[in-house]
Every structure is written in C-alpha cells, then in structure tokens.
Write a protein that binds this ligand. Sequence first.
Ligand code: E4P
Length: 217
Amino acid sequence: MKFFVDTADIKDIKELNDLGLLDGVTTNPSLILKSGRNIIEVTKEICSIVEGPVSSEVTATEYEQIMKEAAVISKIADNICIKLPLTLDGLKACKALTSEGHKTNVTLCFSANQALLAAKAGATFISPFVGRLDDIAFDGMDLIREIRQIYDNYGFETEILAASIRTVNHVKEAALIGADVVTVPPATLKALVKHPLTDKGLEQFLADWSKTGQTIA
Ligand code: E4P
C-alpha cells in the first residue's frame, strides 16, 4: 500500500519524506488556503521534495477552462498529478489528459458509480472520501469495498486512493480491503507508529540496559 500525505505544509512533508514514509502528496484548494502560499510556488516546492505523484487540483468547473488550468499545473514538474472534480466536465478532461499521458486523480468521489465512470475515463487515481461519508452517517469503508470489487471484476487499472482519512483505523481498514493508496493527514500518519506496549516495553529495556553498565557504540 502506498502512503500519500494530505497536506501542503512543507515542514510536515519534509519530515515524513525524511522518514522514508512518503510515496506521494495530495493537496486541495482548502489545504492551499491553509498553507497561506501561492499554489504554483508551494506545489513546485512540494514536487522538488517528494519523488512520487503530487496531486494539484484545478478550480475550474467547465471543460475548456479545466484544460487551461491543467496545462499550467502540468508544467509545474514531471511528478504532477492533475486533480479533477467528479463531474461530467471533469471526466471529459480526465479522458483527454490521460490520453495526453498525464497522471490524473479524480476527486470528491462518494459513490461506486462515480468511481466506475472515473475508471472508464482512464483516471490514474480515484479518490473516495471516507471520512466525509462517515460524517453523514454512511460507512465510508463500504464504498472502498464496493470500488475494489468493481475494479477487480473488470481489471480496471485505476488505483483506489482512500481519501478523507481521519483515524488510524481508517488506514488499517483501507489496507485490509485492498485500497492501493491512502492519503493521510500528517498527524494521523505519524500516529500509526503508536502503541502503549511499545512505549512500556522500550522503557523497561532501557532501564535494564542502563543497569548492565554496558555500551554498544
Ligand atoms: C483528498 O485528496 C482530499 O484532499 C482530502 O483527503 C479531503 O479530506 P477531508 O475530508 O478531511 O477534508
């Protein structure tokens, strides 16, 4: 399973990349707002830090304008992935951009049928939003399960990028179902390492080790 971080915060991206945990980055207009940076400048900086795909989202809603924005975004770096809304115009742009050889991420997916359309449009990634479905009392993981089955039924190569991840359990469940990628906020990604028994065990080992009076290096 690939790990993407869902942020435009350079400090967090550098830290996670240095840990060797990052396979890519996803951003969206809200995350760009939070960063306080210019979209082109911050995206370029992210692309220079991370080797894998960096999703940058268009903000236009009509096909012609989406294509104009995609032309600008695609020039930022070789590892750019153009993020497109799950609308008819977004799907049309997805088909065109994929045919031109660009990586694409179709975002704001909330149903299996939407995911089916994105796969038929040749999307590199489909982004089902798990947390936002949970927020309205649906089960976001059911959507991941349905998409996995549909894509496997037909051998679609579009990768399932589980998004709107809110908890460490979301990550585990997405992995059990077989999502190809999770995009996770930095704090949740770092929280994956936590277990009280690991902390307790380490504390005991270190206490006993200091009693030996030995050093290794
Ligand atoms: C995905 O690409 C989106 O940026 C993101 O996962 C949305 O998450 P949210 O629902 O927590 O805003």
